[in-house]
Design a protein around this ligand. Structure first.
Ligand SMILES: Cc1cn([C@H]2C[C@H](O)[C@@H](COP(=O)(O)OP(=O)(O)OP(=O)(O)O)O2)c(=O)[nH]c1=O
Length: 225
């Protein structure tokens, strides 16, 4: 009689362990599905995303950034943000993948990152004393369902007048070399800027308020629940 009871108790324990295992497996899948992946090699984007308290992994995308020259700035930044997110999403089973792209535009000329020191000097000589626009595109792709959201933000930036010597000295800091338009508003480049109209984070490379509203459509609330 006691033997039968022990056997029954062992069976119950086994069932309980099975239920716990199934639930925890489900939780692991849920966590994976909510995993956020930043498809970017930009240290600025990493800092900005970490700054709003999100946990995420970084997987750098490697995409061809050649685009049709006829493309307008909003289409261009959205296309490149999508390519970056898609390049990473296609290698994952789960997770929300974020891609972003930033360009500077003046007189319909698109300024990306400078190719060398001379190019940086050329860009800053164009921008100084005038107002230009910075466009940042964001793409979020759910790697499991392929569901996607793509959007962009624009900020107008007025740069103060700069002498040739100031431009050369700024370029010689090295800061412009990996930045669209050859300056960093968040760095030494801050002293070149008179004023901005629009979202500051769009200029740095990741419009956070836009990103949060896009994430909310995937049921991710940055403020927590
Ligand atoms: C205008 C401006 C741009 N930038 C940066 C943001 C971006 O990192 C960069 C534009 O280049 P992007 O091609 O948008 O991004 P990236 O090559 O740095 O990174 P990835 O493609 O892997 O995501 O310029 C600043 O940091 N400050 C500024 O004021």
């Amino acid at each position: 009689m006691q033997g039968i009871f022990v056997k029954y108790e062992t069976q119950l324990q086994a069932k309980l362990i099975l239920v716990i295992l199934t639930i925890s497996q489900g939780l692991v899948i849920c966590v994976n599905e909510r995993r956020i992946v930043l498809a970017s090699g930009s240290p600025r984007r990493r800092e900005l995303l970490a700054g709003i308290g999100l946990s995420f992994d970084v997987i750098v995308s490697h995409v061809d950034e050649t685009v049709d020259e006829e493309m307008d700035p909003p289409a261009l930044v959205q296309e490149l943000a999508y390519r970056k997110a898609h390049d990473v999403a296609k290698s994952l089973k789960y997770g929300l993948v974020i891609g972003a792209d930033t360009i500077v535009v003046i007189d319909d000329e698109v300024l990306g990152k400078p190719t060398d020191v001379q190019d940086a000097i050329r860009m800053l000589s164009r921008l100084q004393g005038r107002t230009h626009s910075v466009y940042s595109g964001i793409a979020i792709i759910d790697a499991k369902t392929s569901e996607k959201r793509i959007a962009y933000s624009r900020t107008d930036v007025k740069m103060r007048s700069l002498s040739a010597s100031e431009i050369e000295r700024y370029v010689s800091t090295g800061e412009p070399m990996d930045k669209a338009g050859s300056y960093a508003i968040q760095g030494i480049g801050a002293i070149l800027i008179d004023s901005i109209q629009g979202d500051y984070f769009t200029v740095v490379g990741l419009p956070l308020s836009l990103l949060a509203s896009m994430l909310s459509t995937f049921d991710i609330d940055v403020l927590g629940t």
